[in-house]
Ligand binder design. Structure first.
Ligand code: WTA
Length: 676
């Protein structure tokens, strides 16, 4: 990971973090109903028993054929899980539940507009619609096993239908977060060589109807310029007629799904018998370069892992009403709105819109009306809900037994509000630490077995053996109070298989740092580098401090600083760009951008706007920077490297440290004056 492998957290900062050492215990009532209360799990899932213990997870699924080998290491570190086994993800999430639970709600879809009805979709309806749409994908779009498809859709019931129809056919789906721009979508179409793009006409966001199809018309144009023609755009219509004049259909390319589906009413499509190691989906994520990477997840390993995590950490039972308030366009939504809960035959809630729209009580009304009893969200949402309505939860009659937080560190005082006001003092909380690449959880408490500690994720979940290394690969023992690079010693089934089309980048980024022998076929030689700095306390609980690379976590969403910088550099006047994270009360972090101009150009408000617009165009509104500062020069080392650390200190009004070794120390004060 470039030259930034140092952990920049000061000892003082860690000392502050470590003041919080309070345990909270699950209630006897929770423990009595929990899925996992047998402490022997930790012995069974010890490193000595690796990898066979993972068959317990695989047994949660229905297989057409059992595996020949639990873990095939022959192509290290591209591990193959349950090699030779055959299964289908759509079958596991739908068909196998029909005999007993045909009439049970699979999905509660809640539109943002409160006067639109909630759609309670049964497993039977999901089965019918997935089959019909799979027939359309096969016949109308000509898709077959192994093809890639890009899906750029908002939160809707049709999004999991689309994903599961792909899975039924063995088509590899690549879902792009609905809020991403046309340009970001086009990049993903090109990288995955998708000749089919699936979209939706429109959706509501904060009360406004957005024309989504128009974004994808532009994405098709951009992709084609970049060498990837989209032959077919399949358009789901949520609001027929409302948007058609703004984004007319393109003859020969666009197919209105609602109309086309009439051809396939009653159609049934046999699920493909997929090999366990065949890919299920790609999920693009930010890394250290300007280009997002396609994390490739396999079928058997991924599905077994997320099902087990949903069962043992989320503690989902078939009778639960479970709401994960994330977007399906991110990994959390894939694993914990769609695949995990549906594989367990739970009822999963999908909410279209903004949690605080039209008022601060919206989320709690949804929970009350649907009888939600398991709630999963991110610290950003918790901070926002707390800010706009700290007393709101008490006004509604809902009762969570279990709550999750994910995606970014949660401050102990925010955790405590969540526990007291949202959990009403009765719910357990799991703080789950993981990544797009890891498919499912790495660290968390097992809710019925281990106490919670506000601000700490917890130890490795059963089967995961975390270790903290210093830069030289020496273990930092637990309780040492020192931060280091958190790695996982063993492979696990949920881990992604490779970066789509770039095996070398996969090996270098995730295994390069601590691998001792690149030819080794022994998993012990390949610790997985998460890219996060963390401290492990005496009790083995992990406190994640943040990224060690050029990734910023904004509202729990991953953004690459290089991606934002590349976007700024598309503006012809810009010579150099540097992004730094600044602390934000609700979002956790926010990017702030510094740019310098090519000779002959002057700073102006118009230019600031031009740079801001370029970022929205290239990535989307989620990458909006707090400020764009046009500076006369960047603080640089004598070798010409931009000192982002100094810029970060200026933005956060912190100590810039000794700057006399810089090539241009005088610029620091000048920028400080500007930023104020
Ligand atoms: C961060 C989201 C602290 C971490 C599932 C990681 C967390 C990145 C936590 C992955 C947590 C995730 N506490 N930090 N509980 N969970 N992170 O790929 O920096 O969007 O590397 O996956 O989020 O973000 P991603």
């Amino acid at each position: 990971m470039s030259d930034k492998n140092t952990v920049e957290t000061s000892e003082a900062e860690i000392a502050v973090h470590w003041k919080e050492e309070e345990y909270y215990y699950p209630s006897p009532g929770f423990i009595a109903q929990a899925n996992l209360t047998d402490e022997s799990v930790f012995d069974r899932f010890s490193l000595e028993n690796f990898p066979d213990y993972y068959t317990e997870f695989a047994e949660l699924l229905t297989w057409y054929k059992y595996w020949d080998e639990v873990l095939d290491t022959s192509d290290a570190p591209c591990w193959k899980w349950f090699r030779g086994g055959q299964l289908n993800a759509s079958y596991n999430c739908i068909d196998r539940h029909l005999a007993k639970n045909r009439n049970k709600t699979a999905i509660h879809f809640v539109p943002e507009l409160e006067d639109e009805p909630v759609h309670h979709m049964t497993y039977q309806e999901l089965y019918v619609r997935v089959n019909e749409f799979a027939a359309l994908l096969k016949e109308t779009a000509g898709l077959k096993r192994g093809d890639r498809v890009t899906i750029h859709m908002p939160m809707s019931a049709e999004l999991p239908i689309t994903m599961l129809a792909c899975a039924r056919l063995g088509v590899i789906h690549s879902v792009v977060f609905g809020g991403f721009s046309s340009s970001a979508c086009a990049d993903r179409v090109v990288d995955s060589n998708s000749r089919v793009l699936i979209t939706m006409d429109a959706y509501y966001r904060a009360g406004k109807l957005l024309n989504h199809k128009a974004v994808d018309d532009e994405a098709c144009e951009l992709a084609e310029k970049d060498g990837q023609k989209v032959d077919k755009m399949l358009v789901w219509q949520r609001y027929p007629g409302k948007m058609s004049s703004d984004a007319p259909l393109v003859e020969g390319r666009d197919v209105v799904v609602n109309d086309e589906l009439k051809k396939y009413y009653g159609a049934r499509v046999e699920p493909e018998k997929m090999l366990s190691e065949e890919p299920l989906f790609l999920m693009y994520t930010s890394g250290t370069t300007g280009k997002p990477k396609g994390a490739q997840h396999g079928t058997g390993g991924y599905l077994a892992y997320v099902t087990a995590m949903s069962k043992y950490i989320q503690d989902i039972h078939p009778e639960d009403v479970y709401w994960c308030m994330a977007d399906i366009g991110w990994i959390t939504g894939h694993s914990f709105i769609v695949y995990g809960p549906l594989a367990l035959c739970a009822s999963t809630v999908i909410y279209e819109g903004v949690p605080t729209y039209p008022d601060a009580g919206r989320s709690w009304r949804i929970a009350q009306d649907l009888g939600v009893n398991i709630f999963h969200t991110a610290p950003t949402a918790i901070r926002a809900l707390r800010k706009v309505g700290p007393d709101e939860p008490a006004k509604y009659d809902f009762h969570f037994k279990h709550m999750t937080t994910v995606g970014e560190p949660i401050e102990p005082e925010v955790w405590k509000w969540y526990e007291k006001e949202v959990g009403k003092g009765k719910a357990v909380i799991v703080d789950t630490y993981w990544q797009t690449e890891t498919g499912g959880f790495l660290c968390s408490t097992v809710p019925g077995l281990q106490p919670m500690k506000p601000g700490s994720a917890g130890p490795g979940v059963p089967g995961i053996h975390p270790i903290i290394f210093d830069e030289d690969g020496n273990e930092i023992i637990k309780g040492a109070g020192k931060a280091g690079n958190i790695c996982i010693q063993n492979p696990w089934p949920g881990c992604f298989q490779t970066i789509w089309g770039n095996r070398q980048r996969f090996v270098d980024t995730y295994f390069g740092m601590y691998n001792k022998d690149p030819n080794s076929k022994d998993w012990r030689d390949w610790p997985y580098l998460t890219g996060d700095a963390a401290v492990m306390s005496e009790d083995g609980y992990v406190r994640v401090l943040g990224r060690i690379d050029d990734v910023i976590n904004v509202s729990g969403h991953r953004l690459g600083t290089k991606e934002i910088e590349s976007a700024a550099l598309t503006v012809p006047e810009v010579a150099e760009a540097a992004v730094v994270p600044v602390n934000h009360e609700v979002k956790g972090k926010e990017p702030e951008l510094y740019v310098s101009l090519k000779p002959g150009y002057e700073a102006s408000p118009e230019l600031v706007q031009k740079v801001a617009d370029a970022i929205t165009f290239e990535i989307g509104k989620i990458a909006k920077c707090r400020n764009v500062w046009i500076v006369p020069d960047m603080p640089k080392t004598r070798s010409g490297k931009i000192m982002r650390r100094v810029l970060g200190a200026i933005s956060n009004k912190g100590d810039v440290g000794n700057v006399m070794t810089l090539a241009n120390p005088e610029i620091v004060e000048e920028i400080q004056k500007m930023v104020g």
